[in-house]
Design a protein around this ligand. Structure first.
Ligand code: MN
Length: 262
């Protein structure tokens, strides 16, 4: 490699990886009807702790998704409201919660743009559901409708650990935690039902609820719990973020300097 090219490559690698974090929409109850994009500071703190530079994305039109993805090295799909079941061809269950059409469309477009570009994706809570819907899977719309499911919407809101999750021994996630049984918090109303294409279930609770997925190419990771709410009190919960950032670093290392990426 030419010395100047090599130096350029090194300088590029010294830039912190840019991570786009999706946001919630919130309407302010004033006469101005402001619509605000709400980001979670704890997602940004977790990404910061593993060496990434976080950016928050507002839920603009799906057409803007590719332009956002072109600017970043990784995508974090964050937690939030329920998915509209029209996206997996089901009618709304009586227990369905609030949905957000603009966010659904923007996040799904971000997912597909990120897969096209080849950058890693981490989905958290609603984010694992976004991954599954984007890959053609379906969701359980209202977990409490199933008597054989245990509680997945814990009442204490401090991120304390709530249920046991068993990890597939050969998964990247088990490698990152260094064990196959962990405890996690649980703040979800929906869960994966029919698994989407290109995804494998790598973690479950005892009631057979899917709690994590990975793609076969190792670039997509989804977890159903909220590690960003727990990692400061339970340091092992940084593991999903570290695994995600390792994939981002691998993506950056494999890029050819000077090559144009759409
Ligand atoms: Mn759970």
């Amino acid at each position: 490699m030419h010395p100047k090219i090599s130096l350029l490559a090194k300088l590029m690698l010294m830039q912190p990886a840019r991570i786009l974090i999706s946001t919630s929409s919130s309407t302010r109850s004033s006469s101005l009807k402001r619509m605000d994009a709400i980001g979670g500071m704890n997602y940004a703190e977790a990404i910061n702790q593993v060496g990434g530079l976080p950016f928050f994305a507002p839920n603009l039109s799906a057409e803007k998704a590719a332009a956002y993805i072109a600017q970043v090295d990784g995508l974090l799909l964050s937690g939030g409201v329920d998915f509209d079941p029209v996206l997996f061809n089901e009618a709304p269950h009586p227990g369905l919660g609030m949905v957000d059409e603009a966010r659904d469309n923007f996040e799904l477009a971000c997912y597909h743009a990120a897969r096209k570009k080849g950058i890693p994706i981490l989905g958290i809570c609603r984010g694992i559901q976004a991954i599954n819907v984007a890959e053609g899977g379906s969701l359980i719309q209202h977990l409490p409708a199933f008597e054989d499911k245990h509680q997945h919407a814990q009442q204490n809101n401090d991120g304390s650990l709530f249920h046991t999750v068993v990890l597939e021994p050969d998964s990247k996630l088990a490698g990152a935690f260094g064990k196959t049984s962990i405890r996690t918090n649980s703040y979800h109303h929906q869960a994966i039902d029919r698994l989407g294409s290109n995804l494998k279930s790598v973690a479950k609770t005892a009631d057979n609820t899917i709690e994590a997925v990975e793609s076969s190419d190792g670039k997509v990771l989804g977890v159903q719990w909220h590690p960003e709410m727990s990692f400061e009190r339970y340091p092992e919960q940084i593991a999903p973020f570290r695994l995600f950032m390792e994939a981002v670093q691998q993506y950056l290392n494999e890029r050819i300097p000077g090559q144009v990426y759409a």
